[in-house]
Design a protein around this ligand. Structure first.
Ligand SMILES: *[C@@H]1O[C@H](CO)[C@@H](O)[C@H](O)[C@H]1NC(C)=O
Ligand SMILES: *[C@@H]1O[C@H](CO)[C@@H](O)[C@H](O)[C@H]1NC(C)=O
Ligand SMILES: CC(=O)N[C@H]1CO[C@H](CO)[C@@H](O)[C@@H]1O
Length: 482
């Protein structure tokens, strides 16, 4: 049933999703039935989230690197129109952006499917023009950005004491939570990221977005150098974190480093990670990467030292393609089925651990969290130090709605379930199907030495912001597991 387009993108799942929704609609024409179902799922997820609290005895300590920025959040199509960028007739992937034509092509490529993406702009003039235009756009918003500060703020909000590695301006540091200690230099001009958000059904020329998402562009001066690493490392030993999180490395993607510079930086990072105490769990948050040599470096310098990985439905096939030695996948189905994602997770988990055994050093992977629009999935090795996987999956799912709707209270009139009434645990023929039970929406089961948990997301229908979603979700999931 899948229709294979030029980009290799499968539209079959949209079709089947539509079929399921229609089928469901016919069976329950009364919308109060739907509401009752949503209501039951929400209260069960909240119950699961509350089931475990933090011990209260001592607050978890989390160290998070690297970098950060100020985000300007704008409506993507409005910005492109203001810049006078005409919708291109040629959607194309570019590793980095040099001029307006490439920007239009790259935006169009990810906008129609509604796939999250992030690219480096190598042309300073173009980037400044875009920032200036964004400043003048009505409805623009500024916020703290970057994986590390967003995860740090979420962790602090959830009651952790946080050490944050990054070089920020003083006014940036001032608005961070009191529970966050910054390790890094002070800079005058923070790096700015431009977040081009778009809602479901937005149009640009002949293009219509199939789901709400964002296209991010950046042109950083500080972040690619991980220049807070030394100060961060100095404080790390006395801080004694329960968890060390590494993110923000995509700022190195396609950055024009001098020969050998990037490898030297990542080598230092590897040293820092490998000298971390065994009591400190290490998590790496993936992001949008396209630079194959950088990804190979991640495989050599970062992944071998991590216990846990977090990523979205685009980043999972992207990382997997690297392991398989095939061309890097830059665009995948933004609304994949549970079975597809679980199969990819099993394969990634197996490949990372095989890599670990062959290398004979570093840490085995014991946790893998994948966040998608429709559901959250976490794999945790049985008998490992990660606790409360069921509740963590529920919390991740609730956080997805809270973040995207921009409110800590979940409003069911702005939510819908898009997960089917049951899902298959694998694409292999004869695989077990698991029904989605309203009263126990998080399904957990054991496989080959690990536990798998899947929770449906109450998908937010009135989008406030998609950027930073993965960071908020991943951090929320981790908080209950340490
Ligand atoms: C950089 O961007 C500016 C402004 O859009 C443009 O005039 C210039 O041609 C671009 N440079 C390159 C090398 O494409
Ligand atoms: C991989 O990329 C190369 C170079 O861009 C291209 O020639 C080749 O056809 C691609 N292979 C596949 C399987 O897509
Ligand atoms: C949009 C949104 O709700 N994002 C949240 C992510 O987490 C940070 C830190 O807790 C919040 O400040 C944001 O509001």
């Amino acid at each position: 049933m899948a229709i294979e387009l030029r980009s290799g993108f499968k539209y079959g799942s949209f079709l089947s999703l539509a079929v399921v929704l229609v089928a469901y609609w016919f069976r329950s024409p009364d919308s109060s039935v739907l509401n009752e179902r949503l209501d039951a799922v929400l209260s069960s997820l909240l119950r699961a989230e509350r089931k475990v609290g933090m011990s209260g005895v001592s607050r978890p300590r989390v160290a998070i690197g690297f970098g950060g920025c100020v985000d300007i959040i704008v409506d993507g199509v409005t910005l492109l129109n203001k810049m006078g960028l005409k919708p291109t007739d040629q959607p194309l992937h570019h590793d980095y952006i040099e001029n307006t034509e490439q920007l239009a092509q790259s935006f169009a490529y990810f906008f129609s499917p509604g796939a999250a993406s992030e690219r480096f702009v190598i042309n300073d003039t173009l980037f400044s023009e875009l920032v200036e235009a964004s400043r003048e756009l009505p409805g623009n918003r500024w916020s703290i950005g970057g994986n590390a500060p967003v995860m740090a703020s979420r962790m602090a909000l959830e009651g952790c004491d946080v050490l944050l590695g990054g070089s920020f301006s003083t006014d940036f540091t001032d608005i961070l939570s009191q529970r966050i200690t910054v390790a890094g230099n002070t800079v005058d001009e923070p790096d700015i990221h431009l977040i081009l958000e778009y809602p479901t059904g937005a149009t640009w020329g002949t293009y219509t977005s199939r789901r709400a998402n964002r296209y991010i562009i950046h042109s950083d001066d500080h972040n690619p150098y991980l220049d807070s690493m030394e100060q961060f490392q100095e404080k790390l030993n006395s801080f004694k974190p329960d968890l060390l999180v590494v993110g923000g490395l995509q700022m190195m993607d396609n950055f024009p480093f001098k020969q050998g510079e990037r490898e030297a930086l990542l080598g230092k990072l590897a040293k820092m990670l490998s000298s971390a105490s065994p009591q400190t769990a290490i998590h790496f948050e993936m992001a949008s990467f396209v630079d194959e040599s950088l990804m190979s470096d991640l495989l050599e310098f970062v992944l071998p030292h991590t216990d846990s990985l977090g990523m979205n439905e685009q980043e999972l096939p992207n990382l997997l393609s690297l392991f398989r030695g095939s061309n890097l996948t830059v665009l995948s189905d933004p609304n994949p089925r549970v079975a597809t994602v679980l199969d990819q997770m099993r394969e990634l988990y197996r490949l990372v651990n095989q890599h670990h055994r062959e290398a004979g050093t570093g840490r085995p992977l014991t946790r893998l969290h994948v966040h998608t629009l429709a559901f959250q999935a976490i794999i945790v090795k049985r008998g490992s130090k990660w606790k409360n996987t069921m509740s963590a999956t529920a919390k991740a799912s609730l956080t997805a709605n809270r973040h995207v709707c921009g409110s800590p209270d979940i409003d069911l009139s702005k939510a819908r379930l898009i997960l089917d009434e049951s899902f298959s645990v694998s694409r292999q023929e004869g695989s077990q199907r698991i029904p989605l039970q309203e009263s126990r929406p998080v399904s957990c089961w054991d496989e080959d030495g690990y536990e798998v948990c899947v929770a449906p997301v109450l998908v937010c229908t009135e989008v406030y912001q998609t950027a930073g979603g993965g960071d908020n979700i991943s951090a929320a999931g981790l908080v209950l597991q340490i």
